[in-house]
Design a protein around this ligand. Structure first.
Ligand SMILES: [Zn+2]
Length: 180
C-alpha cells in the first residue's frame, strides 16, 4: 500500500485538511496559490533541519521549529508557546526522504572524526557525545516516525489539529500520509 499521496490539485487534499492551515500550506507550496498576506500565525510547522528543503509560504503564516528528523520531543516548550501564545490552530509535521537521522549508527565514525577534525574536539569527547545523543535523535524510519510523532502530539495537545506530511527532496513537493 502506498502511504505517500500526492497533491496535484485542490481535490487531492484530504477532506480533513480542507479549509484548514494544512490545506493552505499544501496549496501554497504545491499548487502555487498566491501568497496572500497573513496577519496571524496559522500553524506551527515542525520540519527537519536538513539543508535541502524550504517551503513556499507567506510571511507570518507559521511558527517553524527545525530539528533533526522533525523530532519535536525535545522542543515541547516551544510547541506549547506556539499553541498558547502564537494561537496556532494546527501543528504540521513534515518528514522527508533520505533523512540523516535514520540509521545514525552507520555514520558514527564519520561523526566522531568530523568533530575531531572540524571542531577541535578530543576523540573521547566526540565518542561520548555521539553515544549519549544518537539514541535520542535516531528516528528509525522517516514515515513511521512522523506518524508516531503525530499521534504523540495529538495526545499532548488534544484540541489542536496535528497533520503528518512528507517532503520528497527529489521534487521538493509535499505529500500527504495515509494513517490507517
Ligand atoms: Zn532530515
Amino acid at each position: 500500500m502506498n502511504r505517500i499521496l500526492p497533491v496535484l490539485t485542490t481535490d487531492d487534499i484530504f477532506p480533513e485538511y480542507q479549509q484548514t492551515p494544512v490545506g493552505l500550506l499544501l496549496e501554497y507550496h504545491n499548487l502555487n496559490r498566491p501568497l496572500d498576506p497573513q496577519i496571524n500565525a496559522q500553524a506551527l510547522i515542525g520540519m527537519c533541519m536538513d539543508n535541502r528543503k524550504h517551503l513556499r509560504i507567506p510571511d507570518n503564516f507559521a511558527y517553524i521549529i527545525r530539528a533533526g528528523g522533525a523530532n519535536l520531543r525535545y522542543s515541547e516548550f516551544k510547541v506549547s508557546y506556539a499553541v498558547a501564545i502564537g494561537e496556532v490552530k494546527s501543528i504540521i509535521l513534515i518528514g522527508h526522504n533520505n533523512c540523516g537521522m535514520v540509521n545514525l549508527i552507520s555514520r558514527r565514525d564519520q561523526f566522531i572524526q568530523g568533530l575531531v577534525d572540524r571542531a577541535g574536539w578530543t576523540r573521547e569527547w566526540a565518542e561520548e557525545h555521539f553515544m549519549h545523543f544518537a539514541p535520542m535523535f535516531e528516528i528509525g524510519n522517516e514515515i513511521d516516525f512522523i506518524l508516531c510523532e503525530a499521534k504523540r502530539l495529538r495526545l499532548r495537545y488534544p484540541k489542536i489539529q496535528v497533520a503528518p506530511l512528507f517532503y520528497k527532496v527529489e521534487d521538493n513537493l509535499l505529500y500527504q500520509l495515509s494513517e490507517d
